[in-house]
Design a binder for this molecule. Sequence first.
Ligand SMILES: *Cc1c(COP(=O)(O)O)cnc(C)c1O
Length: 355
Amino acid sequence: MKKHNFSAGPCILPQSVMQKASEAIVNFNNLNLSLIEISHRSKDFVEVMENARNLSLELLGLQGKGYKALFLHGGASMEFLMVAFNLLEKKSAYLNTGTWSDKAINEAKLLGNIVEVASSKDHNFNYIPKNYTIPSDVDYFHCTSNNTIFGTQINDFQKTAVVKVCDMSSDIFSRQMDFSQFDLIYAGAQKNMGPAGTTLVIIKEDILGKVSRTIPSMLDYQVHIEKDSMYNTPAVFPVYVSMLTLEWLKNLGGISEIEKINNKKAELLYSEIDKNPLFKGFVSQKEDRSKMNATFNLTDSSLENQFNTLWTEAGINGLKGHRSVGGFRASMYNALPLESVQVLVDVMKELERTA
Ligand SMILES: *Cc1c(COP(=O)(O)O)cnc(C)c1O
């Protein structure tokens, strides 16, 4: 039986997507060829790329609004650098809400001055800073919508007149919002969209071309836009699987429908964390809790082995917390069914009964 997969990334994908993807490895589109042995310039693959790019914009409600979607290499970590290469002339502002923002800041520092508008490092990133000021004289403002490791999520994005960039690696396509408030969104595929190996980048075209430096071709968004995301060989399989997941999401009713399910899953788990005296949430303020990655601890660490045995026997995978936080982390990405969260909650109740 398929395990209840709470892995933080790479992570669970819809079972129907896995099935179709595995068939395409053997025989793609009835070509009697594998998806991974045909030219990326063939009509069949160009269609996949176009579909994946269009679906991304469509699901985010960004079609016809001056945005381009790209599927690039190098993970979200490469975007930390590319964003700076393409947008940072002198100074930019970053909100530091965790390891990933921290890394983004360090890359950008290679190319200019960085103002950290606020940071929650003082409390091991267990909250989202609020009431900070974004300076008006910066080239852009960068934030991370969901902090995969610490389990916090931004609910109120501050309004600003400067270019707004967001790392949405771990919650893109999971909740509704006005995506047009952002000028650049990026997300590594392996958290909520596909296998590792490709990164979705959504850019408002008019923010480009404003820096004076020479940008290496592979790091230049304009080069990738001009070549329809085919400047070099794209990650054909990850792009194909991402396309299938986006189709799956569209057929389900899009982001508004998946958000309802995601809210139910988060509500179910957090209410057990709050109710059950054996558990304590890691995030200090409830309003900052991530609906994608729930981080929690045992109140009595001597129960760890017992809890680990119970959830492992229940067919649960990937519950161990990140090494910088400890405890447990339940990642509830789009493809994780509500039933899996129920199984986890039942295990938590079982521990309370038997401990
Ligand atoms: C996982 C993750 C990254 C890093 O992604 P890579 O694709 O491994 O480079 C960056 N930002 C966030 C928010 C993440 O969750």
